[in-house]
Design a protein around this ligand. Structure first.
Ligand SMILES: [Zn+2]
Length: 267
C-alpha cells in the first residue's frame, strides 16, 4: 500500500508561516526571502518560489536544499519518509563512557578526540559506529567490527547506498579522497580536508563528479590492486570536472597498505 506523504512534515527544512487548505506558504530557502515567497502543496510536494528561484518536485527541492545529485536526493527523500530508528548519539555516549575502548581506538587509528566528538563516533555491539549525516538527516550508520568480528562492516539494513562522507567537507575547494572512513578520519585528525565513499574501493556515482566540479581532488587509495583500480576508475570519472592528483603512497609493506599504515608506521 502506498504510504500517504505529508509534505508539511517532510519539508521540515522549509520555514513555513501559514497553511491555506492544502498549500503551505513560507520563506524560500534559495534567496534572502522576507516576503514569504515560497509555496508548496502539502499533498503533492510540488513547490514554487514566486521571486524566481524556480519550481519543481520533492526530489528537485531536496537536491537543491541538500546540494546533492538526484540519486542522493532520492535516498534522502526515502530516509525523511522512513527515518532510521537507531540512536547514534546513544552510541556516541557509550563510547565516551568507555575510556579503555576509546583510548584503544584513538591509539590504533590515530584519530583525535576532537574528531571523535565532531563526527559523533560511537560504540555498539563490539563495533565502532560512524553516523552518516547530511544536514541533520541521518542517512546511515557504518558499524565496523573492532576485534575480527564478522562481517567486518555493517550498514543500517536498507540504508547502505554509498555516500560521500563527511558531508560538511563537500564545501572545501581542495579535498583528499580516501578509500575508507578510518583513513579519512585520520586525515581529518591531521587537519587535512578529507572525504571518503561509504563503500568499497570501486564505487563512484556519476553525479558526484558534478558535485565536486571545480575542486582539486587528491586521490589517496590503498596500494593493493583494488585500491589502484579504484583510484584509476575515479580519476577517469573526475576527468574534465576536477583537477586530479593521484597520490601513490611511498610504501610497499604490508601489501594492502593504506594511508593509516603510512602515517602510523612511517609518519
Ligand atoms: Zn526564492
Amino acid at each position: 500500500m502506498e504510504k500517504k506523504i505529508n509534505f508539511l512534515e517532510l519539508y521540515k527544512f522549509i520555514r513555513v508561516s501559514r497553511v491555506n487548505n492544502l498549500e503551505a506558504i513560507g520563506f524560500c530557502p534559495f534567496h534572502n526571502d522576507e516576503k514569504e515567497s515560497f509555496a508548496f502543496s502539502i499533498e503533492t510536494g510540488l513547490w514554487k518560489c514566486f521571486a524566481g528561484c524556480g519550481q519543481g518536485n520533492a526530489i528537485q527541492l531536496i537536491s537543491r536544499v541538500y546540494k546533492v545529485g538526484e540519486k542522493d536526493a532520492n535516498d534522502i527523500f526515502n530516509t525523511l519518509l522512513n527515518p532510521i530508528q537507531e540512536d547514534y548519539l546513544q552510541y556516541h555516549a557509550t563510547l565516551l563512557n568507555s575510556p579503555v575502548i576509546l583510548n584503544n581506538l584513538l591509539k590504533k587509528r590515530g584519530w583525535s578526540k576532537e574528531i571523535v566528538l565532531e563526527y559523533k563516533i560511537g560504540y555498539s555491539d563490539e563495533r565502532f559506529t560512524i553516523p552518516v549525516l547530511y544536514r541533520d538527516t541521518l542517512l546511515n550508520i557504518r558499524k565496523y567490527a573492532i576485534d575480527g568480528k564478522k562481517p567486518k562492516m555493517l550498514n543500517v539494513t536498507g540504508y547502505g547506498n554509498a555516500k560521500l562522507f563527511p558531508y560538511n567537507m563537500l564545501k572545501e575547494p581542495e579535498l583528499f579522497l580516501f578509500e575508507g572512513e578510518s583513513d579519512c578520519l585520520l586525515a581529518l585528525s591531521l587537519g587535512l580536508p578529507a572525504i571518503t565513499v561509504t563503500s568499497g574501493a570501486g564505487t563512484w556515482k556519476k553525479e558526484w563528479s558534478q558535485l565536486l566540479k571545480g575542486k582539486k581532488i587528491n586521490i589517496c587509495y590503498d596500494i593493493d590492486e583494488a585500491g589502484k583500480r579504484g583510484a584509476e576508475v575515479i580519476a577517469s570519472q573526475l576527468l574534465g570536472h576536477c583537477e586530479i592528483k593521484n597520490i601513490k603512497l611511498p610504501i610497499t609493506e604490508p601489501s594492502n597498505a593504506d594511508f593509516s599504515d603510512y602515517i602510523l608506521h612511517y609518519g
